[in-house]
Design a protein. Structure first.
Ligand SMILES: Cc1cc2nc3c(=O)[nH]c(=O)nc-3n(C[C@H](O)[C@H](O)[C@H](O)COP(=O)(O)OP(=O)(O)OC[C@H]3O[C@@H](n4cnc5c(N)ncnc54)[C@H](O)[C@@H]3O)c2cc1C
Length: 367
């Protein structure tokens, strides 16, 4: 049973800590350097990896508490998206907690939490995006190291990261088999990173080339040739857990839209968005419930939640862009948010792929 008074106390604690420690302008900044500074402050304050066991530098908090923390951070202007620590502490960390060996947890989790390591995700390839199981980057075991050859694409923050978790083919054979989940150090001669210019103007993601890049055989998460099941855990976490704090961000954006709407038609559109947002809040509450008992392994919630959230945000940013025409000062900001929302239905698996997953794996419809 939820203890509302305890929840409220935690909320107040996070708010007071934010007021005392992170200036509002820094919280809302979009530059990588500022985001990193914010993450470092959050790490020092003990807010990253809140649910992780204390032996790995976490606070041993409950998922419910972690969500309250996320919610308050989002309310204070710190969004989970774009955070430099995201791949480490939101995606790889939970994967290590479930599938990592003790030594790997002891070595990597504290370094993720104190931001000594910045991670990137090496899943997508030019010929393997939606169809992730067809990755062709090879990793060959030579003595006690893996030697990697191939390329990845759309690798967010690869230019800053010192580690990458990579899905690579370790033996020929059926698509979902013979893939291995490897942790690979980025700073070595066999790795080349080339930034890609994005629609919204930045260069957040990159191409990454492996030419005889090496990593220790100790850096396999899970078993050799069983990387697919590990990647599924990572993707499920990416789709589900992160969605909750998005709700708060959407609510903030909607509030800003309402404050500059004047025409009756605008207000009707905003009312309609608010009704949809209440549905998203209900889904977020269900995800919170699922997380109370285990890591998010509910496909319907993870895929359904991602689909509903990201498509809602696109509709909202389209309407916000229309409203901003009457407030020229806001047009630039609304346009960037509109462009950024385009990416949300792509990363972590496109909307079409989420619909396929729901149809096949949840509803059992024929392929
Ligand atoms: C901002 C951003 C950041 C990203 N960061 C990372 C990262 O850090 N690491 C990483 O590994 N990847 C990252 N990605 C890549 C992302 O995961 C892929 O773009 C995504 O999985 C889609 O793959 P694709 O681009 O190859 O498109 P494709 O797979 O070529 O798909 C093209 C179109 O065809 C549709 N389609 C494909 N297959 C099917 C099907 N079976 N049924 C119906 N429709 C289908 C898709 O929905 C899409 O509309 C990022 C992407 C973006 C936009």
């Amino acid at each position: 049973m939820a203890d509302i008074a305890k929840d409220d106390e935690l909320r107040r604690h996070v708010r007071d800590w934010l007021t005392d420690n992170i200036p509002p302008d820094l919280r809302r900044s979009r530059t990588y350097e500022d985001r990193l500074a914010v993450d470092r402050l959050l790490g020092e304050g003990g807010w990253l990896g809140y649910t992780w066991p204390t032996e790995f530098g976490g606070r041993g908090g409950t998922p419910r508490e972690a969500i309250i923390v996320d919610d308050e951070l989002a309310r204070g202007g710190i969004s989970a998206a774009g955070s430099p620590s995201r791949q480490g502490f939101r995606h790889l960390g939970p994967t290590l907690l479930v599938h990592g060996k003790d030594g790997q947890r002891q070595e990597f989790l504290p370094r993720i939490r104190n931001l000594s390591d910045i991670w990137c995700q090496g899943f997508s390839e030019p010929g393997a995006g939606s169809d992730l199981a067809s990755v062709s980057t090879r990793a060959e075991l030579v003595g006690d190291v893996f030697r990697l050859n191939g390329s990845k694409i759309w690798t967010t923050h690869a230019q800053y990261a010192n580690w990458c978790y990579v899905l690579a083919r370790t033996a020929p054979g059926p698509r979902h088999h013979n893939l291995t989940f490897l942790m690979v150090p980025m700073h070595q001669p066999g790795i080349t990173v080339r930034p890609i210019k994005q629609l919204a103007g930045g260069t957040e993601f990159n191409e990454v080339w492996f030419d005889d890049a090496e990593t220790s055989a100790d850096n396999v998460i899970g078993e050799l040739n069983d990387g697919w099941s590990i990647a599924v855990t990572t993707l499920s976490t990416e789709r589900g857990f992160n969605l909750i704090s998005h709700y708060r961000g959407y609510l903030e954006e909607l509030g800003q839209m309402a404050s500059r709407a004047s025409a009756e038609t605008d207000l009707i559109a905003i009312g309609d968005l608010y009704a949809q947002l209440l549905g998203i809040e209900a889904i977020s509450a269900r995800i919170m419930q699922a997380l109370e008992t285990s890591m998010l392994n509910d496909t319907a919630l993870a895929s359904g939640g991602k689909l509903v959230n990201t498509e809602f945000h696109q509709r909202m940013t389209e309407i916000a862009l229309g409203l901003s025409v009457n407030s020229p000062g806001l047009a630039g900001e609304a346009f960037i948010t509109f462009l950024e929302a385009r990416a949300e239905t792509i990363y972590g698996g496109t909307s079409q792929i989420q619909r396929n997953i729901l149809a096949e794996r949840v509803l059992g419809l024929p392929r």
